[in-house]
Design a protein around this ligand. Structure first.
Ligand SMILES: [Zn+2]
Ligand SMILES: [Zn+2]
Length: 346
């Protein structure tokens, strides 16, 4: 059987190619020049889509199933509240803090709020912020091309392509979490990707304390539940649901953006990669599922640009501006949106 290489890197022009050592500019919006080489979309194999769906849905069903199965003795309103409050704090710490504020500088805020978002993101347990931002900026520099740290269409193992069974499974695993585990031993190019963030003493300090904050995020719900229930069982269950299960959930949701949102959904804007707008992830990932829009306009603080594209992270950023906690919120103009729309009249 002849195997057709479905996504040979050479057919995917690296988006906004840069010289090897050129420093990443987080404030530059990607511009697709009129005469850029035409983008050849990757044909996503049906098998990759199916396995991606199973891999993403199964852990989510397991968490909800465990909640339902233990309701009344191992789970209840207190633990449900702790789970959601910690999901909101650490999830928004990633989406608003790590992603929209530090990686993309999409709005301005005070030093106290900068510290708050850095700490909230650290508690998610996805690594220290400088490293997270460096990998993510690299993702934007090379999205779905060979040097993308977590494209489901490439994995660095042996060059096996998604047209084979092993290849697409590896691609999915790599995009979902394999890249994260692999990169635990690897360092991103800090000087190239985050020189601006490394100049900020506050961010460097929080990055150095990140393990401490992970433990605070795990133990605080346990202590709160222990005080409320006046029991050691409460401490344990608070730690379990508000800490461990919540961390698993936030990891899973964040990683799903990397895999699902480069496989499933609509391409609303021209972005020269396989990023997609996915309504389910739009809600679960607190607005990050409008990922094609995000790749088209990375510096925008708002990812769901349509009124019906719910984007909780943007709602929070916008609400904070009403009380003077955020400012200079970047959102692309209607003209810029129209210029990149895939539905543009020919
Ligand atoms: Zn992406
Ligand atoms: Zn981004």
């Amino acid at each position: 059987m002849t195997q057709i290489p479905l996504n040979t890197p050479s057919v995917i022009p690296t988006f906004n190619p840069k010289a090897p050592n050129e420093v990443f500019d987080p404030t530059a919006d990607p511009v697709i020049p009129e005469n850029s080489p035409s983008y050849v979309p990757i044909k996503i194999p049906r098998k990759l889509q199916v396995w991606n769906l199973v891999g993403v849905v199964a852990p989510a069903v397991a968490v909800v199933g465990a909640m339902v199965a233990t309701w009344g003795f191992g789970f209840g309103w207190l633990y449900l509240t702790l789970f959601f409050v910690m999901y909101a704090i650490t999830g928004l710490g990633i989406t608003i803090g790590y992603h929209r504020l530090f990686t993309h500088k999409s709005f301005g805020t005070s030093r106290v709020m900068t510290w708050f978002w850095a700490v909230a993101g650290s508690m998610a347990g996805e690594g220290q912020l400088l490293e997270w931002c460096a990998w993510h900026r690299k993702h934007h520099s090379h999205s779905d091309a060979e040097d993308d740290p977590h494209s489901p269409h490439h994995h660095p193992d042996d060059g096996e392509l998604p047209s084979t069974f092993g290849g697409f499974l590896k691609g999915f695993y790599h995009a979902h979490m394999g890249w994260f585990i692999r990169n635990a031993e690897e360092e991103p190019d800090y000087k190239r990707y985050v020189p601006d963030l490394m100049k900020d003493q506050l961010l460097v300090a929080v990055a150095n304390q990140w393990r401490f904050w992970v433990w605070v995020g795990l133990l605080a719900p346990g202590i709160i539940a222990g005080v409320i229930t006046q029991s050691w069982a409460g401490v344990l269950l608070g730690f379990l649901w508000g800490g461990a299960v919540r961390m698993f959930w936030v990891h899973h949701v964040t990683w799903s953006v990397n895999s699902v949102c480069h496989i499933w959904g609509a391409k609303e804007f021209v972005s020269h990669d396989e990023s997609r707008n996915n309504p389910v992830m739009g809600i679960l990932a607190l607005g990050e599922g409008w990922h094609n829009t995000h790749h088209a306009f990375p510096t925008s603080a708002r990812h769901g640009l349509r009124w019906w594209q719910f984007d909780l992270s943007y709602v929070v950023i916008k609400t904070m501006s009403l009380v003077g906690l955020t400012w200079d919120i970047k959102v692309p103009s209607k003209e810029r949106q129209a210029a990149k729309s895939t539905k543009k009249a020919a």
